[in-house]
Unconditional design. Structure first.
Lengths: 233, 181
């Protein structure tokens, strides 16, 4: 069942067009890879679908609700509850420990301190970094930081995870471990994932790949729609 | 890339302890999953040659409810041959030989740009489908480390092929113009 839809989304930065009418559906539990060369608009599409950017034209719908029409505050709430966002560099708060970073979205949403810490520790353990729970980002490896950022993106148990080059700063093995974790999560909890990447190897983790070129979905045959056997669509 | 040296692989498997032909075949399939299938006949023929050359020796016979089976063990010469093989560095791609590469070049020579591009796109589709199959192996919670190593190897090579196919797609028009000018 389609949960998230972009319909004819247009976005420009000044006079520079980034998206020229992109339509994309994401089903519950589906992992969609958005690929394409640098500057093709894939990150802009992710930002529009996650409610971070408002499109200039077109619609973004989440469970029949037009999120492009919501106020900044309402979109921000949506990102704290239904959506999780993960970037190439974890963007952890340097002054906070790993557990405090992961608990932060829950605390902002009004969860009690003890409950938030318990949830944070559970997610850190699930991602294999419980041992750095009381460590600050500056003392962690890049892989540990990204796993903490992944835990922070998942701690609110979002229905959609938006991941923009989530393994770009990691070595191959660590990156694969993070991706494998995300795929298992999508399968077990039916979390949808919108995964932006320029690497075929990373896109192969998705159920479906959409190729953007010059702000449009590529229709030349490079845009594949290959369902993974056993994938949940 | 040179073919796999089955005699050396079998010597390596025997280095962990003596085995019958059947056990060797099973150990091969377990340790090298997704390798080209190794026929029983090939195992026994290779063992025969290794025995003739003194690299393996018989290590007893048994009859476990069926025909008599001969176990083989590595000899000192066999261990030395194995060590030599393991310490010999493989030449990294001494020749650019690949059916994929040759076919793309020929497609560009004999076809127009659109046809060559169509071929590249279809090949990319097949590569991507295989890449996804192997990636699914890697994310399967029941995958063994043997499965992961084999899938890692294949994924890395498919990924390299895909990058090359992408680059070539972008070069098709220029290349065709140069060849046919």
């Amino acid at each position: 069942m389609t949960q998230l839809q972009a319909r004819g989304v247009v976005k420009a930065y000044g006079r520079t067009p980034a998206l020229r009418g992109v339509t994309l559906d994401v089903a519950e539990g589906e992992i969609v890879a958005v690929t394409g060369p640098s500057g093709c608009g894939k990150s802009t599409l992710l930002h529009c679908m996650a409610g971070i950017l408002r499109p200039d034209a077109g619609e973004v719908t989440w469970r029949d609700q037009r999120i492009d029409l919501l106020s900044e505050g309402a979109r921000s709430r949506l990102r704290r509850t239904e959506f999780g966002v993960l970037f190439q560099f974890g963007q952890l708060v340097a002054e906070l420990t790993a557990a405090e970073n992961v608990a932060l979205p829950l605390l902002l949403a009004g969860t009690g301190r003890r409950e938030a810490r318990t949830a944070a520790l559970n997610w850190l353990e699930w991602l294999g970094v419980a041992d750095v729970a009381d460590t600050r980002p500056g003392e962690m490896s890049g892989g540990q930081q990204q796993r903490c950022a992944t835990a922070r993106a998942l701690v609110t148990e979002p229905r959609v995870l938006f991941a923009d080059e989530p393994t770009g700063a990691l070595d191959t093995l660590t990156g694969e471990q993070v991706l494998t974790t995300l795929v298992r999560l999508a399968r077990e909890q039916r979390t949808s994932i919108v995964l932006v990447t320029h690497e075929p190897r990373i896109a192969a983790y998705a159920d479906r790949e959409v190729v953007l070129r010059d702000g449009k979905i590529d229709q030349t045959g490079l845009g594949l729609d290959v369902s993974l056997a056993g994938g949940q669509r | 890339m040179a073919g796999v040296s089955t005699p050396h692989v079998l010597l390596g498997l025997l280095a962990t302890g003596s085995k019958h032909g059947y056990e060797l075949k099973r150990a091969h399939d377990e340790r090298l999953p997704r390798a080209r299938p190794l026929a029983f006949g090939q195992v026994y023929a290779t063992l025969g040659r290794l025995h003739r050359d003194g690299l393996v020796a018989t290590a007893g016979h048994d009859r476990d409810g069926g025909p008599e089976r001969t176990a083989f063990a590595l000899t000192g010469d066999g261990r030395a041959a194995l060590d030599r093989w393991l310490s010999t560095i493989e030449p990294p791609m001494p020749y650019v030989t690949s059916t994929l590469f040759a076919k793309v070049v020929v497609a560009l020579l004999v076809a127009d740009v659109d046809r060559a591009r169509s071929y590249l796109i279809e090949q990319r589709r097949a590569h991507t489908a295989r890449l996804r199959e192997l990636t699914a192996v890697k994310t399967d919670p029941s995958a063994s480390l043997d499965d992961l190593l084999a899938a890692d190897f294949a994924v890395a090579h498919l990924d390299a092929d895909l990058r090359w196919l992408h680059t070539t797609l972008d070069r098709v028009a220029d290349w065709h113009r140069e060849v046919h000018s």
